[in-house]
Design a protein around this ligand. Structure first.
Ligand SMILES: C[S@@+](CC[C@H](N)C(=O)[O-])C[C@H]1O[C@@H](n2cnc3c(N)ncnc32)[C@H](O)[C@@H]1O
Length: 343
């Protein structure tokens, strides 16, 4: 845990025991040692995204499937052109695996079983399967393990064969980088009860500055429009939507023109916001971050509050549980005042 310097706002330790902060996500370790898994973990750490958008796995898999298919044909081609490569033991093993996978029928013949028996110790030795197949393994399990072994071997060959290595790694990196998106699920209906409760707590102050951090610019920052409708003119004046994703100039100017809301990009994991706010809303954002990043985020948001300013933290678990915490900055401390189930 990073300790905030003395001039930064301190956050009450008890906060971390609240259910809103239970079981934070973390980075998963590669399961099969595939290069794609390593690149995925590396990029997630770099971008501080233990959790991603719902489309990320599908996007990554679609790109990877094409890439692996291409490596298979390039490897066969390179093999045909090079006697040395064709006789390399790993390439021979990969070829046998590939053919076995292509031909292994639902009811294996005695010769299929003999080939499988011959390959099994090699697959175990190269850590392509964890152990020899059990005699009563179902054919579907067998095929799944063989397919994984073929993929691991293909990945190792593409990564180490001089002719394939560079373009393979480059394309793989691009696929994983493009697939990784922030979770931008946004919903005005779930925010309505949050704003209704906020309104009951806030003192009337038409010049208070309000910030919605993680306002989902990717889906049009609609909660800032809702906030303007609910809170203006009695409870706030300037109303800003902030996100780690940059808003397009078109969205920025339409929002300003039609709703007087300012949208801008900021990375709240690295810095406090560029100005102070009287009210900050953080809804459905923090549980996408690791515990240490949650701590950074809250420290930076606390620093972005005026003295006496309010921070609301919400997470909607389901239809019946949507806790919203009301915290206040008092004498360089961020303290929990009260909470409400905003459903
Ligand atoms: C799940 S959406 C929540 C949207 C909206 N607040 C709601 O409750 O419907 C999370 C949003 O937080 C943004 N985000 C993620 N990390 C962030 C960070 N460190 N600072 C600001 N925004 C962040 C994402 O880009 C995304 O738009």
């Amino acid at each position: 845990m990073s300790i905030p310097p003395k001039n930064l706002c301190r956050i009450s330790e008890t906060l971390w025991n609240h259910e809103l902060f239970s079981a934070p996500p973390d980075y998963s370790e590669p399961l099969h040692g595939l290069t794609a898994e390593h690149v995925d973990t590396h990029l997630r750490r770099l971008r501080r995204m233990p959790s991603t958008g719902d489309d990320t796995p599908e996007k990554a898999l679609a790109g990877l499937q094409k890439l692996y298919e291409r490596q298979r044909s390039l490897l066969l081609q390179a093999q045909a052109e090079s006697l040395w490569l064709a006789s390399a033991p790993k390439v021979v093993l990969w070829n046998q695996l590939r053919l076995l996978l292509e031909h292994l029928p639902a009811n294996p013949t005695p010769s299929d079983v003999r080939l499988l028996d011959r390959l099994t110790p090699l697959l175990v030795k190269d850590q392509l399967i964890p152990r020899a197949f059990s005699p009563d393994a179902r054919i579907s399990e067998l095929l799944e393990q063989l397919a994984t072994a073929e993929l691991i071997l293909l990945d190792r060959l593409a990564r180490t064969t001089l002719k394939l290595r560079r373009p393979y790694l480059k394309q793989l990196y691009r696929i994983m980088a493009d697939a990784l998106d922030y979770n931008t699920t946004a919903d005005t209906i779930r925010i309505e009860p949050v704003l209704a409760w906020i309104k009951t707590i806030l003192p009337q102050n038409s010049s208070a500055a309000y910030a919605d951090v993680g306002c989902s610019v990717a889906t049009g920052a609609k909660n800032t429009i809702l906030a303007a409708r609910v809170l203006r003119p009695e409870y706030c004046g300037p109303l800003h939507g902030i996100d780690i994703v940059s808003p397009s100039p078109a969205l920025q100017s339409a929002m300003l023109r039609e709703h007087r809301n300012l949208l801008y990009q900021a990375n709240t994991l690295l810095h406090p916001l560029p100005r102070r706010y009287h009210i900050i809303l953080l809804a459905n954002v923090h549980r996408h971050l690791t515990r240490s990043d949650q701590q950074q985020l809250l420290t930076h948001l606390a620093c972005s509050l005026t003295e006496g300013g309010h921070l609301f933290i919400n997470w909607r678990f389901d239809q019946r549980r949507s806790p919203c915490l009301f915290l206040q900055r008092r004498n360089q401390r961020l303290e929990l005042i009260t909470e409400h189930n905003a459903i």
